[in-house]
Design a protein around this ligand. Structure first.
Ligand code: SF4
Length: 183
């Protein structure tokens, strides 16, 4: 059992830039959202058109065993199978985004635990184009989720500010930019 429970969204943020989690979980800072984030939140609140099957919206799940929690945008149930659908407001990126993939896999892991059945697939719905990316929930991806959560717990426990991301373009729209004097 873990005392610290991270959300699947925080896992995504950590993979984007670990400092975001340092600011949130060590310094407990939460700046106001940027204009881009507010726009994204408005788009996100519109009902998503996910695939077929029954849909359950805004499902809250938490596991102390995994040290993980999530609010699922959509859970789909079809032909005896359940799957999470993570809704993104933008277009599907040209390259695979690790954070998006592991966030969806983390949601699948929470569903597995809650419903005590295997969850083999997870989906990401990119609202700007309506495209759905399918992710196969493999043991390797699940292991990566657990390893990342362990890294996050270590970083928070040590209270050491992480390095900024190598890809500095990430800082451009970041809500914490004013705090990062070295980027
Ligand atoms: S401004 Fe850059 S280094 Fe600072 S938290 Fe944001 S992404 Fe990370």
């Amino acid at each position: 059992m873990h005392a610290v429970v991270f959300t699947a969204e925080e896992l995504r943020q950590y993979l984007y830039c670990p400092r975001v989690i340092y600011y949130r979980r060590v310094l407990h800072l939460k700046p106001p959202p940027t204009v881009k984030m507010e726009h994204g939140a408005k788009l996100h609140s519109r009902k998503p058109k996910a695939g077929g099957g029954e849909k359950y919206l805004s499902l809250h799940l938490e596991s102390r065993r995994l040290g993980l929690a999530a609010k699922l945008d959509v859970m789909e149930y079809e032909s005896g199978k359940i799957a999470p659908v993570e809704v993104k407001t933008g277009r599907q990126p040209r390259h695979k985004v690790n954070g998006h993939i592991l966030q969806a896999v983390a949601q699948a892991m929470l569903l597995e635990e809650a419903f005590q059945r295997p969850v083999e697939e997870a989906f990401i719905l990119y609202k700007a184009t309506g495209r759905r990316a399918k992710i196969k929930v493999t043991p390797e991806l699940k292991r990566k989720v657990l390893e990342t959560l362990a890294e996050m717990r270590k970083m928070v426990g040590e209270e050491l500010i992480p390095e900024p991301p190598a890809e500095r373009a990430r800082c451009r729209d970041c809500e914490y930019r004013k705090l990062c004097s070295d980027v």
